[in-house]
Design a binder for this molecule. Structure first.
Ligand code: NAD
Ligand code: WQD
Length: 336
C-alpha cells in the first residue's frame, strides 16, 4: 500500500516509516523540516533498501497535500506532523492551534477532496489530563491542561465529527505514552533542538558530558522512590503499533482510540540507573523542586491495543536506554 507520513522525517515518523517500508509498504514523507532534517529520508533508504521520497511542504498547504496524495497514489495517511513542546504551547498558543489544528484541517480537506479516507493520528496520553485512576484506559475522561494537549483533543474531536458525517472514514487515534529509544542502526533517533525538555534525551546528554547533571523534578511524590513515574515505550514498539493500526483499519471503519504504552511505570531514578548501566557512564543528579504541571504517576492500560490490534510492546528498559545511548554517541557531531 502507498502511505503518506506527515511529519515523516521527525522522531516517531521516521521510525514508523522504516517499519512500514520493511513490511513492504511504499512510504512517502511530507515534512516542512521545522524540527527535522532532510537527510533522514536518505538514512531510511539506506537502512531499508527501499527509496523513501520526501516532499518538503507545510501541512497548511492544502493544494500541495492534495497533489502529493494524487501523484503518489496514496491509500492511507499517518499523521505525525505537529508542534509538541508543552511550555512553548503555553507561550504561543496560536502557533499551536494554527499548526496542529489548522494543519490537520488542511490535511483532512485534501484527503476528502482526493477520496483518501484512512488516517492514523498521533495523539497523546496528554489528552487524559490529570489521571483520575491508574492504569489509564481509553474510557478515562479526557481533558487538557495546556494548549498543546488541547490541540490534540480538538483534533481527536474533529476526527470523530468527520467520521460521524461519513461512514467511509477509517480513523485511529493512537495515544502515545512516553516514547524513548532509537533504531538499532543509530542512524535515526530523537534530535532535540536546544535544551531537551524530555527526560531521556537530557539524561543522554549528561552521560555524554554535554551537560553537568540532571535536575530531578521532585522527590516528594507518592511513588516508591518519590520521583515521577511514567510509561516509557520503545519507539520501535510504537512504530510497530502503527502497522498494527493500519491492519486493523483495513477491516474496520469508524473512529477508534488506542493507548500505545507498555502498561509499566518507571520512576526518574529507575531511568537514570538503567541509563547508567546501559552506557557505563555516571549520570549525576540534583534533586530540585517539582516542575509545574507534572503529575506523580501516569501509565497505560495496554489491553485494548493487545486485544483489538494484536499488538503489544516487546522491548525492555535496557534496550530503550542502550539504543538511546548508541544514537547519542553516533550523532554527537550532528546534534552539537
Ligand atoms: P518531531 O518534532 O520529531 O516530528 C514532528 C515532525 O513534524 C517534524 O519533522 C516537523 O518538522 C514536522 N512538522 C511540524 N509542523 C509541520 C507542518 N506544519 N508541516 C509539515 N511538517 C511539520 O516529533 P515526534 O516526537 O516525532 O512527534 C510526532 C507526533 O507525535 C507529534 O504529533 C507529537 O505531538 C506526537 N507525540 C509525541 C510524543 C513524544 O513524546 N515524542 C508523545 C505523544 C505524542
Ligand atoms: C518524564 C519524567 C519529569 C526532565 C511530556 C509531555 C507529554 C508527552 C511526552 C507529547 C517526569 C521528569 C524530566 C528533567 C526530570 N508529549 N524529568 N528532569 O512530562 O511525562 O510528558 O512528554 O505528547 O505531553 O508533557 O515527559 O520526559 O518531560 O518527563 O526529573 O530534566 O521525568 O518530572 O516525572 P512527561 P518528560
Amino acid at each position: 500500500m502507498n502511505i503518506l507520513l506527515t511529519g515523516g522525517s521527525g522522531y516517531i515518523g521516521s521510525h514508523a516509516a522504516l517499519v512500514l517500508a520493511q513490511a513492504g509498504h511504499a512510504v512517502v514523507l511530507y515534512d516542512n523540516l521545522c524540527n527535522s532534517r532532510a537527510d533522514v529520508a536518505q538514512r531510511l533508504a539506506q537502512i531499508s533498501g527501499h527509496p523513501v521520497p520526501l516532499v518538503q511542504g507545510d501541512m497548511r498547504d492544502t493544494d500541495l497535500l492534495a497533489r502529493t496524495l494524487r501523484q503518489h497514489h496514496i491509500a492511507a495517511v499517518l499523521h505525525f506532523a505537529g508542534l509538541k513542546a508543552v511550555g512553548e504551547s503555553v507561550a504561543e498558543p496560536l502557533a499551536y492551534y494554527d499548526n496542529n489544528v489548522g494543519g490537520t484541517l488542511s490535511l483532512l480537506r485534501a484527503m476528502q477532496g482526493v477520496g483518501v479516507r484512512t488516517l492514523v493520528f498521533s495523539s497523546s496520553a496528554t489528552v487524559y489530563g490529570e489521571p483520575r485512576y491508574l492504569p489509564i484506559d481509553e474510557a478515562h475522561p479526557t481533558s487538557a491542561t495546556n494548549p498543546y494537549g488541547r490541540s490534540k483533543l480538538h483534533i481527536e474531536e474533529m476526527l470523530a465529527d468527520l467520521v460521524a458525517s461519513d461512514a467511509a472514514w477509517r480513523v485511529a487515534c493512537l495515544r502515545y505514552f512516553n516514547p524513548v529509544g532509537a533504531h538499532a542502526s543509530g542512524l535515526i533517533g530523537e534530535n532535540p533542538r536546544g535544551v531537551p525538555h524530555n527526560l531521556l534525551p537530557f539524561v543522554a546528554q549528561v552521560a555524554i558530558g554535554r551537560r553537568p547533571s540532571l535536575d530531578v523534578f521532585g522527590q516528594d511524590y507518592p511513588t516508591p522512590d518519590g520521583t515521577g513515574v511514567r510509561d516509557y515505550i520503545h519507539v520501535m514498539d510504537l512504530a510497530e503499533g502503527h502497522l498494527a493500526a493500519l491492519d486493523f483499519l483495513a477491516g474496520h471503519s469508524g473512529w477508534h482510540a488506542f493507548n500505545l504504552g507498555t502498561g509499566q511505570g518507571h520512576s526518574v531514578l529507575e531511568m537514570v540507573r538503567a541509563f547508567e548501566a546501559a552506557s557505563g557512564r555516571a549520570v549525576p543528579c540534583r534533586i530540585v523542586g517539582r516542575r509545574a504541571g507534572d503529575v506523580a504517576s501516569c501509565y497505560a492500560s495496554a489491553e485494548k491495543a493487545r486485544t483489538m490490534l494484536d499488538w503489544q510492546a516487546r522491548r525492555a528498559l535496557d534496550d530503550m536506554c542502550a539504543s538511546t545511548w548508541n544514537w547519542q554517541q553516533q550523532n554527537e557531531k550532528i546534534s552539537s
